[in-house]
Write a protein that binds this ligand. Structure first.
Ligand code: 4AD
Ligand code: MG
Length: 433
């Protein structure tokens, strides 16, 4: 194909005749002029088709071009200080490559249910495009953060023999003569094995939970990054989580301040607050502070969405809540030697009501204690024998955490619901498109 120019590179072609390829985003006409907004995935440019400059057939084609039709435009790049891009195209040739009338998404308010059914097309809107770009930057920042600090990426399996985060949210898959497999809820247990091999490991992949909750924070398929570090205690995991989040937010601000502000209408100042140190409070302190607002909650209760919202609104940056009642935590948590009622776990809650984005802590490293915990949680001993081996052959204190990518995107972009944070969301009531 003939080489074409991308909108993102247009500044380097000022005054030149170029070929652009893209889709018709919007159109406005005034008698002798058509103003075509053409998007190519890298940006949107205004293309001006003037009756006096083009053959009649070209002018007519521009008049009838359907929304989201694929188009080729040739023209001269000219400076335009009024446009956000700074440039426009004076068209001398224009061709519709393909496109029918009747694009389902119109420039008006559509209900979210309708837009979700049209997700394959909805992704083309400026807002969804901005979210995809921020998500990409977050994922890149996550990888760079660990890669630049000596971590090794270790992929954990998606088909697993047992639960990591409790048995209630497992997706079952038939597995040949071996019976059942389960889609992974977390790669943590494998991350622990990896940490003993490479010292600092991170697992990054899709995770699955048969969540029956229809909330703005739950998906059935989501991406999680899980660092796991040998010779690290709970304090170390909190230091890591704090430094990691500051860096991710900094990277997104550096790259996308414009999209966040003008496309997503995000309060950017709130993100600029995300600096060290983050407040650290115990679960017990958290309960007391929620009770002071008049909200009924007791020590031992889980912090649900409502409680998290109340709590995180009290701070202008993420808050770390540590030492939860051991009873409500997964089997692998180490108990606090100073107070065995609580587990050495931490949740990081994002501000502005977003709630938990990170969960993690210090792992039980003693063989007998862990074996007893597996029995107490009625987990199948055979499936965990390899995990117990890690406590037999060179067991060391170790910690890690999991950051949910979608909740992070939701918070950083300022979105109400996680359904817009992943290209094709999977929820209890949605499996298409
Ligand atoms: O707190 P969770 O359940 O922790 C774990 O899975 C640990 N094994 C992680 C570890 O220590 N390596 O989940 C971690 C994070 C949550 O804080 C949240 O951000 C996200 O995963 N998450 C979900 N995101 C979207 N939809 C869901 N249903 C989620 N469940 C958890
Ligand atoms: Mg959690």
């Amino acid at each position: 194909m003939e080489k074409h120019v991308y909108v993102s590179d247009i500044a380097t072609h000022e005054g030149e005749e170029v070929l652009l390829r893209g889709w018709l985003y919007g159109k406005r006409s005034s008698g002798k002029l058509h103003f075509l907004q053409v998007r190519d995935g890298t940006g949107i440019i205004q293309c001006i088709v003037s009756k006096k400059d083009v053959p009649e057939a070209v002018f007519a084609a521009a008049a009838g071009v359907p929304q989201e039709a694929a188009v080729e435009v040739r023209g001269k790049v000219a400076k335009d200080p009024r446009s956000p891009l700074g440039f426009e195209l004076h068209v001398n040739d224009f061709r519709v490559v393909q496109g029918e009338q009747g694009y389902p998404i119109q420039p008006k308010e559509h209900g979210v249910g309708f837009l979700q059914e049209q997700r394959h097309l909805w992704l083309r809107s400026a807002r969804q495009r901005a979210i995809l770009a921020v998500r990409h930057t977050i994922i890149k920042a996550i990888r760079d953060y660990f890669d630049e600090r000596g971590y090794t990426l270790v992929d954990s399996p998606i088909l697993t023999p047992a639960a990591c985060e409790g048995t209630s949210t497992l997706f079952e898959v038939p597995y040949f003569d071996l019976g059942k497999a389960y889609l992974t809820q977390s790669g943590q247990l494998y991350g622990e094995a990896a940490a003993m091999a490479v010292g600092k490991a991170y697992v990054f992949g899709p995770t699955f939970r048969a969540e029956k909750s229809k909330t703005r924070r739950h998906l059935t398929e989501f991406w999680m990054v899980e660092p796991e570090v040998a010779w690290m205690d709970l304090e170390g995991a909190m230091d890591l989580a704090e430094d990691f989040l500051v860096e991710i937010v900094r990277r997104v601000l550096q790259k996308h301040e414009r999209e966040l502000g003008s496309v997503l209408e995000r309060d950017v100042a709130a993100l600029q607050n995300v600096q060290k140190p983050f407040p650290r409070i115990t679960y017990t302190e958290a309960i007391e502070s929620i009770q002071k607002t008049g909200h009924a909650v007791r020590w031992g209760d889980d912090l649900g969405g409502d409680e998290e919202t109340i709590l995180c609104k009290q701070f202008d940056r993420p808050v770390m809540v540590h030492r939860y009642p051991a009873e409500m935590k997964a089997f692998y948590f180490k108990k606090d030697p100073k107070d065995p009622k609580v587990a050495l776990g931490v949740d990081v809650l994002a501000p502005e009501g977003y709630g938990e984005i990170i969960g993690g802590g210090q792992r039980e490293d003693d063989y007998a204690t862990l074996k007893a915990a597996i029995e107490q949680h009625k987990l199948p001993a055979e499936a965990f024998s390899w995990y117990l081996d890690l406590r037999k052959f060179g067991s060391v204190p170790h910690s890690g955490f999991g950051l949910g990518v979608e909740r992070t995107v939701s918070w950083i972009c300022g979105l109400h619901h996680v359904r817009e944070t992943i290209p094709f969301p999977r929820m209890m009531e949605r499996l298409t498109p």
